[in-house]
Ligand binder design. Structure first.
Ligand SMILES: [Zn+2]
Length: 296
C-alpha cells in the first residue's frame, strides 16, 4: 500500500456487483441496489502479448492508460508478471474508500478503518484500490502510486498469495519498481531517490540503535507498527534502501525467484536463505554495516 503524502502497503477478491455502463469507465451498482456514489470501477484486461512499454508519460493520464502502460514496463522492461485482468476501484474520498475496502476488497471493518486513515492506495490480488482525493493531477506522484501498487499485484501473482514474503522487501521492492518506472518515463532518477532515502534515514531510530529487527519488519503487522511508531517516510525509505541493496547485489531476478518460492512453501526464513544464500540474520548484519557507511 501507499500511505498519505508519500508511501504504501497491500491487499484481494472481487465483489463485482452490478452493471456495466460503458467500456472504459463504468459505474457499478452495488449493495442493495443503491448506486454507490464516489466509486468508479475500471476493469482492465491485459494481454502480455499486446502490452507495450510507453516511451514517456504523456498518454498516462487515466487509470486505464496508466495501469496498462506501467504493466507494459513491468513485463517488458523488468520481467515481472502481471495478471491477465485487474480491476481498479477509484474512490472520491476517505469514507467511500473505507467502505470499498470492506465491500470490494473484503477487508475487515476494523482493519479497513485503520488502513483508510493512512493509506491512499492498496494493491491486492488482481485489484487496485485508490483514495483519489489525494490527487488533483495525474502527475509524477500519482504514477508512482499506481506503479507501487501494481508492483504489489505482481508480487501477489508470484507468491500466489498476499502477505507471505518479507513485508519490508514487498514494500521496498514496490518502491524500487515505482522509482524505476519514473526513471524510465524521464520523471525521476534512482540515484536521486537513493540520496533522499539515505538522508531520510540518517537519524532513524532503528539505525541509531543499530538494530533493524528484520524479523518484526518482515510481517505486515510488524511493518505497520513500526511505521506508525518510527514514522512512515523513513520506514519506507529504509525498506527501499534494503531492497535496492539486494537488487544491486544479486539482481532483480533473484528477488523475483524469492517471491515465487512462496507459491510452494511458506517458510519465509527458509525462502530467504534459499533465494539469497544467507540467513535473514546474516543479511541484517550486512545491510546494517552498509547503511551505516552510506548514511555517514
Ligand atoms: Zn506498498
Amino acid at each position: 500500500m501507499i500511505r498519505f503524502g508519500r508511501t504504501l502497503l497491500s491487499f484481494k477478491r472481487f465483489s463485482f456487483i452490478g452493471g456495466v455502463l460503458s467500456l472504459a469507465t463504468m459505474l457499478v451498482v452495488g449493495g442493495c441496489g443503491a448506486a454507490r456514489t464516489g466509486r468508479t470501477v475500471v476493469p482492465i484486461t491485459m494481454d502480455p502479448a499486446t502490452l507495450t512499454a510507453p516511451a514517456d508519460s504523456r498518454a498516462l493520464t487515466t487509470h486505464d492508460a496508466a495501469v496498462r502502460g506501467i504493466a507494459g514496463m513491468l513485463v517488458k522492461d523488468l520481467g515481472l508478471p502481471v495478471p491477465g485482468q485487474v480491476t481498479v476501484y477509484v474512490y472520491s474520498n476517505r469514507r467511500v474508500f473505507e467502505q470499498g475496502l470492506i465491500e470490494d476488497a473484503n477487508v475487515s471493518p476494523v482493519r479497513a478503518g485503520e488502513l483508510a486513515d493512512f493509506a491512499i492506495g492498496i494493491g491486492r490480488r488482481r485489484q487496485l484500490l485508490f483514495n483519489d482525493e489525494a490527487y488533483e493531477t495525474r502527475g509524477r506522484e500519482w504514477l508512482r502510486l499506481v506503479a507501487h501498487e501494481l508492483a504489489h499485484v505482481s508480487q501477489i501473482e508470484l507468491a500466489a498469495g498476499e502477505g507471505r514474503a518479507e513485508q519490508w522487501m514487498a514494500e521496498g521492492m514496490a518502491e524500487w519498481v515505482a522509482f524505476t518506472v519514473l526513471e524510465r518515463l524521464g520523471l525521476d532518477t534512482l540515484p536521486q531517490r537513493r540520496t533522499l532515502a539515505r538522508a531520510g534515514i540518517r537519524s532513524h531510530a532503528a539505525l541509531v540503535a543499530a538494530r533493524l529487527d528484520l524479523e518484526t519488519l518482515g510481517t505486515p503487522r510488524g511493518f505497520t507498527v513500526r511505521h506508525l511508531r518510527e514514522g512512515s517516510l523513513p520506514t519506507y525509505q529504509l525498506a527501499f534502501l534494503m531492497s535496492d541493496y539486494l537488487i544491486a547485489r544479486d539482481g532483480l531476478p533473484k528477488m523475483v525467484e524469492y517471491f515465487r518460492l512462496f507459491g510452494s512453501r511458506q517458510n519465509r526464513f527458509e525462502n530467504f536463505r534459499r533465494a539469497f544464500g544467507q540467513t535473514l540474520g546474516e543479511f541484517e548484519k550486512e545491510i546494517l554495516a552498509h547503511l551505516k557507511t552510506v548514511t555517514r
